[in-house]
Design a protein around this ligand. Structure first.
Ligand code: DAH
Length: 340
């Protein structure tokens, strides 16, 4: 059978199965899809683009069918409400008309996962703090070694109030406070909402959740940083992972790295979650810049430290194979109800 025929047959099989599935989203994890992606390796290089395009189209089509189904569900759940209708509190609950929801609510996935992340870091000896949702230029930039007018400030499209206060674009806005509140040895994690004036798409949202880590002591080195991140990710995804680093630039760390982990789902084979890459870039990190330590009241000749920041949303999207970050704040019942 030609590749094209195989795709056609699998497309029909998957569509038929979709009809039967209770949780339509499971179709996106069908083994046939994975097999199709894996089969790419056996093709001649010149055949791959057309083949890759065909299976991507199939995946997009399936996603669209799932989303259509979810949309229909959430519309069906909303019944018109007549706010003027008398509500008789003497009618037993089971006899009252059902209005908006048919069941009680569920926890938001980010709330659940935030607690899991916090408890892993707790067990690793980190104290956990909330971030702030309004801050000033000094904490967002100045204390983090962004000089006035430095182009690196442009990487953060911040929302500002008329008074010049900032809705922080990263949890690093708490670093200076962490350094000042605690004396070394310091091990602290900050989790909270951050805000960016982004163009919105499936990977970008105006409100995101970050997890920031700060560790300071004598003789701390980058090996400690990398091992810490690896241990955390292995505990979170409950599987072994490998990592690789690339040089990066942040004004508040030197050296700075981009930390990528091997995909915890396919272990580098390539799958839908890692976009067939086998690796996922997740974390900005590095050794805390001496100027930042100094500004936090810590002598950089005596102490060194590391810091990192990653998006909680991204971590959770991978864990639950959520393809669009905007679902988190969409208030779509069909989405939220999966996380009972
Ligand atoms: N604040 C950075 C961002 O949002 C992420 C980050 C990078 C945090 C390096 C850190 C760090 O603490 O050391 O883009």
């Amino acid at each position: 059978m030609s590749m094209k025929d195989t795709i056609t047959v699998i497309t029909q099989t998957l569509k038929a199965r979709l009809e039967q599935l209770e949780n339509k989203r499971d179709i996106l994890k069908a083994p046939e899809l994975k097999q199709l992606y894996n089969a790419m390796k056996q093709l001649e290089p010149d055949e791959r683009p057309a083949y890759g395009k065909a299976i991507n189209e199939l995946r997009v089509e399936l996603e669209q069918l799932v989303v259509n189904h979810e949309d229909q569900l959430s519309t069906a759940l909303i019944e018109p409400i007549d706010v003027t209708a008398p509500f008789d509190c003497n009618v037993p609950v089971e006899k009252r008309p059902r209005l908006l929801t048919v069941e009680h609510g569920s926890r938001h996935p980010l709330t659940t996962e935030r607690e899991i992340v916090a408890s892993i870091f707790n067990r690793m000896g980190y104290i956990v703090h909330d971030s702030r949702e309004l801050d000033d230029d000094y904490h967002m930039f100045g204390a983090l070694n962004f000089p006035e007018g430095h182009p690196a400030r442009d990487d953060y499209d911040t929302f500002m109030t008329d008074e010049g206060l900032i809705a922080p674009a990263h949890t690093s806005t708490m670093q200076n406070r962490i350094l000042r509140w605690y004396k070394p040895p310091i091990s602290a994690v900050v989790i909270g909402r951050c805000f960016r004036n982004e163009d919105l798409d499936p990977r970008h949202e105006h409100t995101l959740n970050q997890v920031e880590g700060v560790y300071v002591d004598k003789k701390v080195n980058a090996g400690h940083l990398l091992a810490t991140l690896q241990s955390f990710l292995e505990a979170y995804y409950k599987t072994e992972i490998e990592f690789r680093t690339q040089p990066a630039y942040f004004p508040f760390t030197e050296p700075s790295f981009e930390f990528a982990l091997s995909c915890p789902f396919c272990h580098k084979k390539g799958c839908v979650i890692c976009g067939q890459e086998g690796w996922i870039e997740l974390i900005g990190c590095g050794m805390i810049h001496p100027n930042v330590l100094q500004e936090g009241g810590i002598d950089p000749r005596e102490y060194t430290g590391f810091a990192w920041g990653f998006g909680l949303d991204r971590l959770v999207m991978m864990k639950h194979a959520i393809e669009d970050v905007r679902y988190f704040q969409s208030g779509k019942l069909a989405f939220l109800k999966q996380f009972k």
